[in-house]
Design a protein around this ligand. Structure first.
Ligand SMILES: *Cc1c(COP(=O)(O)O)cnc(C)c1O
Length: 376
């Protein structure tokens, strides 16, 4: 009987066969955290790691930031907190921004997860849970200061203040609110939200504040309180339109060429033939599409790069692939398995977002699970 031995490369190159390689530079993430911490000082910097750490891996990102001294982590939903909790040491505090959902109270309390209370009902519920468990429970208390999204509305504040006086079971760690236009330092919405936050703080004397997101951090110390909540700036997104010194990029993305071809003038390219070749063109089809976080709005607009040469996207972006014009490269440069740059030295995350008509947040959180991830 013959033993069939499958040939395996002795040192398997893990990028082999990868449709794309998403490189995540944890050192850059840590340097961004250090820079934000310094800018916030004497306030402390937390980390917002919702949506799987803005798509980069909540556990890996949080552990890297914990190693830099970060102890407060904000996620959006209770389910995310439950997943992250076992991966962080007990002294890491995990806050749930979306509030306290009915039925999660006991699990929240027993798993050392801290809710951001967004209404008097949530406060009452948390207080009842604490009373039943016969010990105080921590919480953050969020106010709506003008975004009309989450938080205690102004007209409910007096009732909340009264409820807190009567209930010694909930320990409010800080008062929170979220800025709607912090990426625009010139917006008067920042000033009016700061004024409303100051009014709210005066109604709850002696309790610390937690106000600024990434953009808010750069609006100045008035917006800092004792704890800032940066998200996007940690991951290399730019917190404001005009940044003198941009945040350090954290990700780069390279995708594989899966076919090359030469087409003649008149050839239709991609779904619905939205691009028709005007002359002979050399094309490369790439192994990433809108299911990999490269939005369909990049069709006939965006580009990728190879050794500094811009290769425009031609035709529609498909679910799993897209086609670029590589006519600017010498013949034979790209072949099956070559990698081209989508995000990197030549094109930033912000550039791709701008071409797609969206924001870096949406690109980051859409990158998906099909790329091979390489943490550095
Ligand atoms: C997402 C979020 C943040 C982080 O915002 P960035 O703009 O990414 O810095 C902070 N606070 C709240 C309440 C959020 O929802």
């Amino acid at each position: 009987m013959n033993n069939v031995v499958l040939a395996m490369p002795r040192e398997a190159d893990f990028t082999q066969g990868a449709s794309g390689i998403l490189t995540i530079d944890l050192g850059a993430l840590q340097r961004n955290y250090r820079r934000l911490s310094k800018a916030a000082s004497p306030a402390k910097a937390s980390a917002v790691v919702k949506a799987d750490g803005y798509g980069l891996g909540a556990t890996t990102v949080s552990r890297a930031l914990y190693a830099e001294g970060c102890r407060q982590f904000f996620i959006a939903h209770f389910s995310e907190a439950l997943l992250l909790r076992p991966d962080l040491p007990a002294d890491a505090q995990i806050f749930v921004l979306s509030g306290l959902l009915p039925g999660t109270e006991i699990a929240c309390a027993t798993n050392n997860i801290i809710p951001v209370l967004n209404s008097i009902d949530q406060l009452r519920c948390w207080s009842n849970t604490a009373r039943a468990m016969k010990h105080t429970l921590p919480a953050a208390l969020q106010f709506d200061t003008g975004m009309s999204r989450l938080g205690v509305p102004p007209e409910e504040r007096a009732a909340v203040a009264a409820a807190l006086k009567n209930s010694s079971y909930v320990n409010i760690m800080f008062l929170m609110s979220h800025l709607a236009a912090a990426d625009d330092p010139g917006s008067d919405q920042n000033i009016s939200q700061l004024a409303e936050m100051t009014r709210a703080a005066n109604e709850f004397p002696g309790i610390d504040l937690c106000f600024a997101n990434s953009g808010g951090l750069f609006l100045g110390a008035d917006y800092h309180g004792v704890l800032v909540r940066p998200g996007i700036a940690l991951y290399g997104g730019q917190p404001a339109a005009e940044m003198k010194e941009p945040m350090e990029p954290v990700i780069s993305l390279d995708v594989a060429v899966i076919q090359t071809r030469t087409v003649h003038a008149g050839a239709r390219i991609g779904y619905s033939g939205t691009h028709i070749a005007e002359k002979e063109m050399r094309l490369a089809t790439l192994a990433a599409g809108y299911a990999d976080g490269l939005p369909r709005s990049l069709s006939n607009r965006g580009a990728v790069y190879y050794r500094g040469v811009r290769l425009p996207i031609v035709g529609r972006v498909s679910m799993d692939s897209m086609t670029v014009d590589m006519s600017a490269l010498p013949k034979g440069t790209l072949a099956l398995g070559s990698h081209v740059e989508v995000i990197g030295r030549n094109q930033t995350l912000e550039d791709v977002a701008r071409d797609a008509g969206t924001i870096s947040y949406e690109i980051l959180t859409s990158l998906g699970q099909r790329y091979t991830r390489r943490y550095r």
